[in-house]
Design a protein around this ligand. Structure first.
Ligand code: AHR
Length: 488
């Protein structure tokens, strides 16, 4: 099979914001407790943070981590998680019907972020709470004033403010399952007033308004329009969330589902720009795609999770190789939309629908770990408009789908990097790369492939990325993820 890609420096989609490689760490399941934070475990440091998890997160090179939710945030009292640990109250978490010990809170999160070389993206509770609590948290995190909440931070041993830049104003407020769910009109007004108040406290912050919780909700479209009509001028990003479901229509259909992401982004961009046009605004709203991943493997197990446990096993999807290729194609899709997608969070980071899965004795890097790491490490610079040609197949829902999915990135240090997925399960693909009318020979080719789409990584066996020496012709193995670098 033959594939070709073309690009030219003159046709750039835009600069890649490294924050498209961000993630989410929610208080739920074993994401925080037993994942990030595991005091008493021999693998943890003196602060209770798992050292093996820190190393794996550093390897993923995650620039920003959204916290503390997700659904959890919509009934959370952040004040319960600060101060002496023996005074912190144990509470019910309504979102996941769990017990929250509050042994990990804002200060522990900030300390952990330093260890993993990342920054925070804080979400505020606009479900059961409102403007005042959001401003209090902002004061605690960002203010240098001699005032109550800034002083509480100092009393807790943190003299310097944390300077959190990006703030999510609630989570999935359109969703019927959200604690404190609101109509678009109610939510839009609340966001507008909250954003104004928060900005009057700290004008350097940027804010994210909740878009629809997924593209299939009956209110999709109307929600975005009505919410933005209320708050367009006072927000910087609109959120998008998308989880891919089970592969009921086969592997080739599953690995093409990134087409849904592409369509979804185009729709949200159109909705934002329609509000911009009606408002005759000069401001363009960007996208924070702050939850995305595959999520279905754990569904059946989770139906039987008993309520009111602390850190139960929940949403612990074990990912296979076809999921890894879909994740790879989704990352390619995000790269192709860098003109509008400035933030994206693969959800989540540890244990809960995550690339890192811990046990008491160690961790597994799941199949999806490799493409996530590769795009964060090699996908810097700007995305070039990439024309892709390859044989196609017919997939239900999507029509003609190319076997080749690919994008070319112009790196900032005189390199080009090609990310490419060969969706064909059994055939290799010869790839011609034409950039600025030159045929290039690669400097380095990393290939990640597996003949079994259902293969999962385990303690005993995992698929490793390998370096390939192509002889004159770049060759993509069947069913593979590839990172090919060219020196200019
Ligand atoms: O990531 C799991 C959950 O999915 C989040 O809490 C919520 O925002 C979404 O519905």
């Amino acid at each position: 099979m033959q594939g070709k890609i073309y690009a030219n420096d003159l046709f750039s989609i835009g600069k890649i914001d490294h924050r498209i490689n961000s993630s989410l760490a929610e208080h739920m399941g074993r994401s925080i407790y037993g994942g990030i934070y595991d005091p008493g475990n021999r693998l943890s440091d003196s602060g209770g943070f798992r050292k093996d998890v820190i190393e794996a997160v550093k390897e993923l090179d995650v620039p920003m981590i959204r916290y503390p939710g997700g659904n959890f945030v919509s009934s959370y009292h952040w004040e319960d998680g600060i101060g002496p640990k023996d005074k912190r109250p144990q509470k019910v978490d309504l979102a996941w019907q769990s017990i929250e010990s509050n042994q990990f809170g804002v200060d522990e999160f900030m300390a952990w972020l330093k260890k993993v070389n990342s920054t925070g993206m804080m979400a505020v509770n606009l479900g059961t709470r409102g403007i005042e609590e959001a401003c209090n948290l902002l004061e605690y995190c960002n203010m240098d004033t001699n005032t109550y909440w800034a002083n509480r931070r100092r009393e807790n041993g943190h003299e310097k403010p944390y300077h959190v830049k990006t703030w999510c104003l609630g989570n999935e407020m359109d969703a019927p399952w959200q604690i404190g769910h609101k109509t678009a009109h109610e939510y839009g007004e609340l966001v507008n007033e909250t954003a104004k108040a928060m900005r009057s406290l700290d004008p350097t912050i940027e804010t994210v308004v909740c878009g629809s919780s997924n593209e299939d909700t009956p209110t999709f479209g109307k929600w975005e329009t009505n919410v933005l009509n209320e708050c367009y001028d006072n927000v910087d990003y609109i959120s998008m969330h998308q989880y891919y479901d089970l592969p009921s229509k086969g592997t080739l259909h599953h690995v093409a589902k990134s087409i849904r992401m592409d369509k979804f982004i185009n729709s949200v961009v159109a909705l934002c720009d329609a509000v911009k046009a009606t408002k005759k605004s000069s401001k363009t709203l960007n996208i924070s795609f702050d939850e995305w991943n595959v999520w279905y493997h754990s569904n059946e197990h989770d139906e039987h999770v008993k309520p009111w446990q602390h850190a139960p096993h929940r949403l612990e999807d074990v990912y296979n190789f076809e999921d890894a290729l879909l994740v790879g194609s989704s990352l390619i899709t995000l790269l192709k939309h860098v003109d509008r997608v400035k933030i994206a969070c693969f959800a989540q980071l540890v244990n809960v629908i995550a690339p890192i899965l811990t046990s008491k004795n160690g961790l597994i890097k799941q199949t999806i770990f490799t493409p996530i790491r590769d795009v964060s490490v090699f996908g810097y610079g700007e995305t070039l408009r990439t024309s892709v040609q390859s044989p196609t197949y017919e997939a239900p829902e999507f029509g003609h789908v190319q076997y080749l999915d690919s994008v070319i990135v112009k790196n900032t240090d005189n390199r080009y990097t090609v990310f490419a997925v060969n969706r064909h399960e059994t055939e290799t693909m010869n790839l011609d790369v034409n950039i600025n009318d030159h045929e290039f020979q690669e400097t380095k080719h990393l290939s990640y492939s597996c003949s079994d789409p259902k293969f999962v990584n385990s303690k005993e066996q995992s698929i490793e990325e390998e370096t390939i020496q192509d002889q004159g012709q770049i060759t993509l193995k069947p069913f593979s993820w590839n990172v090919i670098t060219f020196e200019i």
